[in-house]
Design a protein around this ligand. Structure first.
Ligand code: AMP
Length: 307
């Protein structure tokens, strides 16, 4: 893996304490949040600048883990009150889940102030959080970043639909779950949903399909499909989508090259980082990964799909 330009990469999104229930195990007080998974997954590839808010209950050990990974936390605000909390239960196949509880807590009244050193970044990822906050961060950039990515989920499609459409119109890449792509467009066919979404703004659409991998619809009708790494030991899928986004954006920021071919490589990097995420609770498996580790697993993907 060669090191190239390495542009700055900013992420805004939830920073959370989760309660995760799988068919065989359970973890309360599991550190999560879209921005945390994203940052831990991008960190082996490039520097990340995080924007978010935590309450007094957020564990200091997680701050230490993010710092050890090299994540810039000058945009992470500390507030009185409780951290964002989410509780979910996975179904028997681990591919789908029910949200049991979502508490925005300190995110409810969060008004991010981007540190000056974040504002000129070329790469921006608006990870999952309320669309008004995503828009707020985008508007604080000194100039339009070269590439803006977005993720969202069913809750925001339901309760903040118009704001979400406003954000969508201003991004280059949307990375979204299959079910959410269908929900957003009121479609049952993924290809039709992809066309409709691309008409709403993003020229590139990445549809995440859990254990079935990812599908990417690019400009000019380009379609690229990749599997997920077949794994025996899926422990907790929470954060897989965010880790995918971290690997994807991390590769693009590291190389600074936005071409169709490099976007394909970025999708393999996304799949690589997601494969680590699901092998442990929280970001346990993403912690401490070296460039050599991730490069080896990337190669496993290349071998898996070449013929
Ligand atoms: P993923 O499995 O990639 O969809 O992401 C799971 C993470 O998203 C968990 O750590 C949750 O804390 C976080 N999360 C759940 N619901 C929301 C929401 N409505 N907005 C932002 N983050 C959320």
């Amino acid at each position: 893996m060669s090191t190239q330009t390495t542009s700055k990469l900013v992420v805004v999104g939830s920073v959370a304490v989760d309660w995760v229930i799988t068919p065989t195990a359970e973890r309360q007080e599991s550190v999560g949040g879209a921005a945390v998974f994203f940052s831990m997954a991008a960190a082996p590839l490039t520097g990340v600048q995080l924007v978010g808010v935590i309450g007094h209950d957020f564990p200091g050990s997680a701050i230490a883990d993010l710092e050890a990974a090299g994540v810039d936390l000058s945009g992470l605000e500390r507030s009185d009150g409780l951290t964002f909390r989410w509780k979910g239960r996975y179904h028997e196949n681990m591919n789908s889940r029910d949200t049991l509880e979502t508490h925005l807590n300190v995110f409810e009244n969060f008004s991010p102030k981007l540190p000056a050193g974040y504002r000129d970044s070329d790469f921006l990822f608006l990870a999952n959080i309320q669309p008004s906050l995503q828009l707020d961060v985008l508007e604080q950039m000194a100039r339009r970043p070269r590439l803006v990515g977005l993720d969202t989920m069913n809750l925001w499609i339901d309760i903040a639909h118009d704001k979400l459409l406003e954000v969508l119109a201003r991004v280059d890449v949307l990375a979204i779950n299959q079910e959410e792509a269908l929900q957003l467009t009121a479609e049952t066919n993924l290809v039709r949903a992809a066309r409709k979404i691309r008409e709403l703004g993003p020229k590139t659409l990445v549809i995440k399909r859990g254990e079935y991998g990812a599908l990417c619809f690019g400009p000019g009708g380009d379609v690229f499909a990749t599997p997920a790494l077949p794994l025996e030991d899926v422990v907790d899928p929470t954060g897989a989508g965010d880790s995918f986004a971290g690997g994807f954006m991390g590769h693009l920021a590291r190389t600074g090259e936005i071409t169709g071919e490099n976007v394909r490589k970025a999708i393999i990097w996304g799949s690589t980082m997601a494969s680590y995420c699901v092998q442990g609770f929280s970001y346990d498996r993403l912690r401490g990964l070296s460039r050599e580790d991730v490069a080896r697993r990337y190669q496993q993907f290349v071998d898996l799909t070449s013929f």
